[in-house]
Design a protein around this ligand. Structure first.
Ligand code: C5P
Length: 406
């Protein structure tokens, strides 16, 4: 895997002659595994065409703040959230000044203001402009605000001058992008998460299911991906958007989820079973709609496979995490389930509480593992998912039996 695998990088291009080198930078970042999107200022398009960068990055190039079609596809705030890092190369003297002033009248400046991601700038300008006290003051201010810089290099310039102001070489900038990321908790791990309910067909129009919203599983998949894991989310029918960087496999029934889980478990270091799988399914789903007939009807149900327990039986099994919804004797019931299903860790929810659970946005949980326990008070499912991933990462490291993939 590349150093930038699973990382989203925005390359911002402003209007300087070095803009042509941005094409090479996009390639270098992709070679390191990054997902790249390009944002250009209008003046940058005078130096290199958006078409070139679209072809290289494999994504539409973002140009305008006020383009309703582009905003509908991925608006500037969405872009700002998508980015793990914004690298502006080349960054002109004008762009540096606009950034210092907090301008928001074009897409790139707005994005830099809106994003919480780190900014890395590769300045490029004439040596006189670089040495000018105004530029020097802007650089000092940007550094104070935590903006990182790479270059500029010294040497001969397009205008014929010799001195500092050349944009650093794309390979050097790409290496700085890679070095900007600290290693994350689940870097180089592969996680599979099951989420949501399953539907068990009675006939072509009816099914048996439950109220699981999938929110907890989706939050966990999101947290795994944010922690660096290559993440697959196997989801029953839910109405939720796919988290960034997560590969989603949609299934309907427990049997489909079982097949998808077995396939995904082949390339998996951590398996987190969050789905509310139907324990039984109708023995003989009718091919045609069942007609009303008499005052009662009998339905024969057969047991569904236990997905998490089946994955835990595999040779080279992943680190196994299951969930337990309990109403009483939480610890003993949860630990018993952990042993029966051969799990490494279990997340127990007290489903007798009114303020947590299936469909809400909040949850509380207690985690149990052999020899350990950790309690998390009621919080958002997003926050809880992050905390769970922290504990899972610690336990996976301690278990040591699952070597990270090379
Ligand atoms: O046995 P119980 O349904 O209480 O176990 C809950 C845990 O087992 C959850 O992690 C759930 O995702 C998983 N499970 C499963 N396949 C089933 C039933 C439960 O993976 N058929």
């Amino acid at each position: 895997m590349g150093q930038l695998n699973n990382r989203n990088v925005i390359v911002g291009i402003t209007g300087g002659i070095a803009a042509y080198k941005a094409a090479q930078l996009v390639r270098e970042l992709q070679d390191l595994g990054a997902e790249v999107r390009v944002v250009m200022t209008r003046s940058a398009t005078e130096f290199i065409t958006p078409m070139t960068l679209q072809a290289l990055s494999g994504n539409p190039v973002h140009l305008d703040l006020l383009d309703s079609a582009a905003e509908a596809a991925m608006g500037h705030i969405e872009l700002a959230r998508w980015a793990d890092l914004v690298c502006v190369a080349p960054a002109t003297a004008d762009f540096l000044a606009r950034l210092c002033a907090g301008r928001a009248d074009d897409l790139l400046c707005s994005l830099c203001l809106a994003t919480g991601a780190p900014l890395l700038l590769a300045p490029a300008m004439n040596q006189g402009m670089w040495r000018d006290p105004a530029t020097a003051a802007n650089i000092t201010l940007l550094r104070e605000r935590g903006v990182a810089l790479v270059g500029p290099a010294d040497g001969s310039q397009a205008c014929g001058d010799i001195g500092p102001g050349r944009m650093e070489e794309p390979a050097v900038i790409a290496a700085r992008v890679a070095a900007s990321f600290e290693s994350r908790l689940l870097d180089n791990y592969r996680a599979v998460v099951t989420a949501g309910p399953t539907r068990e067909a009675l006939d072509p129009v009816r099914f048996i299911s439950n109220h699981s919203s999938g929110k907890m599983g989706f939050a966990i998949a999101d947290a795994c991906a944010s922690a660096g894991a290559v993440t697959t989310l196997i989801s029953g029918p839910v109405r939720l958007p796919t988290p960034n960087r997560v590969k989603r496999v949609d299934v309907i029934s427990a049997l489909e989820m079982y097949e998808a889980a077995q396939a995904a478990a082949r390339d998996c270091d951590i398996f987190i079973a969050c789905a509310a799988v139907s324990d039984y399914r109708p023995a003989r789903p009718e091919p045609q709609k069942i007609k009303k007939n008499g005052d009662s009807m009998q339905l024969e149900m057969v047991r569904n496979p236990d997905i998490v327990a089946a994955v835990a039986e595999r040779d080279n099994r992943p680190f196994m995490v299951g969930f337990a919804a309990e109403t009483n004797h939480m610890e003993s019931h949860a630990r018993d389930k952990m042993r029966r299903k051969n799990l490494d860790l279990i997340v127990a929810n007290d489903v007798s509480r009114a303020d947590a659970g299936f469909d809400g946005d909040n949850n509380a949980a207690t985690l149990f593992w052999p020899g350990g326990k950790r309690e998390f008070a009621l919080t958002s499912k997003t926050q809880l998912a992050r905390r769970l991933v922290e504990v899972i990462a610690q336990q996976v490291d301690l278990a040591g039996s699952q070597e990270p993939t090379p």
